[in-house]
Design a protein around this ligand. Structure first.
Ligand SMILES: Cc1cc2nc3c(=O)[nH]c(=O)nc-3n(C[C@H](O)[C@H](O)[C@H](O)COP(=O)(O)OP(=O)(O)OC[C@H]3O[C@@H](n4cnc5c(N)ncnc54)[C@H](O)[C@@H]3O)c2cc1C
Length: 490
């Protein structure tokens, strides 16, 4: 392959500006150094592999290929790296506006943090959680939601049933499970109505599905829910703090690992380069952006299926892949950080965790900084509430958040010192989060197209992961896998 020098190779600009991470002043060290300037128009630049998207999947794939001696370029539509992870700032602290937690079993993300020197700390769980479901408000300690004796037993039974099914469903190919057609013919809601009798159990499950899939039980295939649990080693790890996916946080945020990986890749990451078209021929692929075209032997597309569908493919994608893209909408989510002078809820013996069907906002968690004595909460509008609130004025949303928090923490909640939010559902390059949520019928009819390469096009991204689908860890795994497969073809 000719190794043409591009303008981006020759003219480094401030990495911080180039990555669009100006918000993160205290993290400047992580993002300083040389970076790609906008690439020039003109003839296609040649690489071995073109990677589309600079989220964790794309950056991981590119680093792995580079380590194997391959020439790569990462084309990112946005003016920053990180994708569904993003830096924000609240009360002077750099926080995650997107993905943030890591838990046991998420070995790839934990290994990456260690490699990149990012420290972790435990999610604060001291004191009592509040659960307010079906008119019954309870403060309780530990991981088992206190729903009352009957509903607690039924809830455990329901979780047990999902876990038993998850043990029989291969996370990589749920459509091959013997009962796949039956599970995929119903929504989570219809399964719940048939398998839980008590209103409190049903409501709790609806709230939890919202919290872990950012969608309503009535929207999502039950097979997709079981497969999601299978990829996480069960349903309990998804919903738990201690021992689960919400156990641990990164000091300074998860986003900084994307920044560090991009820093490592240097000029190979090109920002503001939305891929408009991918054409393949016998010898390779031509990937066209507003900044010109790149030529590679293979392309790895890491955008989630609904976003990958916006690229123009020549020749056209197979009908099964196109059908899949039309049936993998992203969930709806708005993430909010609230900062207070001090974590006053701790003085009331509360952990900060609230899950309620009386509020639109929630669940929320204590997210207080490790130093300085300030108090913070982080929480979500998920699923239906995110749909309802995404297009409302920001001031109305903020007022709603404060009112909801005050319902449980008192008047002090009405006076935060700072507030930050990200409306992912309206973000033009993400169009939602945390993950794609297939409706009934999608996986059994179109699922095989999720990972199947199309000629020289290979698919990655958390949606394609063999474990921890929907999570940063899954994104990393998918990037590693794609790099291994494509690397083997070169
Ligand atoms: C609010 C929120 C909270 C979350 N919480 C957690 C959590 O606590 N823990 C956890 O592990 N996970 C969490 N997640 C999920 C996690 O962030 C994602 O699973 C992960 O970041 C996905 O990485 P990815 O690389 O697969 O995809 P993405 O991050 O979506 O990366 C894809 C990239 O492709 C780019 N792109 C799209 N189209 C094009 C195009 N045509 N041309 C060029 N580039 C393009 C996008 O801009 C994006 O940068 C959360 C997500 C959200 C939104």
């Amino acid at each position: 392959m000719p190794d043409r020098k591009t303008k981006s190779d020759r003219e480094p600009v401030s990495r911080r500006a180039a990555l669009g991470l100006g918000v993160a002043a205290s993290a400047a060290a992580a993002v300083s150094g040389a970076q790609a300037a906008p690439a020039p128009q003109g003839a296609a630049r040649e690489v071995d592999v073109v990677v589309v998207g600079a989220g964790f999947a794309g950056l991981t794939a590119a680093r792995a290929l580079r380590r194997a001696g391959r020439k790569v370029v990462v084309l990112e539509a946005d003016g920053r790296v990180g994708g569904r992870t993003k830096a924000g700032r609240v009360a002077g602290e750099v926080v995650d506006l997107g993905g943030q937690w890591v838990g046991p079993g998420q070995t790839r993300l934990l290994a990456l943090a260690e490699e990149l020197g990012v420290a972790t700390y435990p999610q604060y769980v001291e004191g009592k959680n509040i659960i307010d479901v079906d008119g019954r408000r309870v403060a309780y300690e530990g991981e088992v939601p206190a729903l009352g004796p009957q509903a607690t037993a039924e809830f455990a039974e329901v979780v047990g049933k999902i876990e038993a099914l998850a043990a029989q469903v291969p996370a990589l190919a749920p459509w091959t499970a013997p009962m796949a057609a039956e599970l995929d013919s119903q929504t989570i809601e219809s399964w719940l109505l048939a398998n839980a009798r008590l209103p409190a159990t049903r409501t709790m499950m609806r709230l939890l599905v919202r919290a872990v899939m950012s969608a309503e039980t009535s929207e999502v295939s039950f097979l997709a829910c079981v497969a999601y649990a299978a990829a996480a080693g069960g349903f309990s790890p998804l919903i738990s703090t201690r021992g689960g996916a919400q156990e641990t946080l990164f000091d300074g945020g998860a986003w900084q690992m994307a920044a560090k990986m991009a820093q490592d890749l240097g000029p190979a990451v090109v920002l503001n380069a939305q891929v408009k078209a991918i054409a393949q021929d016998e010898a390779g692929v031509t990937v066209t952006t507003a900044q010109g075209a790149w030529r590679g032997r293979y392309v790895i597309v890491t955008a989630p299926p609904a976003m990958a569908a916006r690229i123009d493919y020549t020749p056209a994608l197979p009908a099964q892949r196109d059908g899949l893209s039309q049936r993998m909408p992203l969930g709806c989510v708005i993430k909010v950080h609230l900062a207070y002078a001090r974590p006053f809820w701790r003085e009331q013996g509360l952990s900060g965790l609230v899950i309620s069907d009386r509020t639109e906002f929630g669940p929320w968690f204590d997210h207080s900084p490790l130093k300085g004595g300030g108090g913070s909460l982080v929480g979500f509008f998920d699923g239906g509430p995110a749909q309802r609130w995404a297009d409302r004025p920001a001031a109305e949303r903020r007022a709603k958040v404060l009112k909801d928090v005050a319902l449980y923490f008192g008047e002090a909640a009405l006076s935060p010192v700072d507030y930050a939010e990200e409306v992912w559902t309206r973000a033009p390059l993400q169009r939602g989060g945390y993950v794609s949520v297939p409706p009934p019928g999608a996986l059994t009819a179109f699922g095989p197209a999720l990972r199947a390469s199309v000629g020289r096009i290979h698919w990655a991204g958390t949606e394609t992961a063999e474990a921890w689908t929907g999570y940063i860890d899954g994104a990393i795994r998918s990037g590693e896998h794609a790099a291994q497969v494509v690397g083997g073809l070169l």
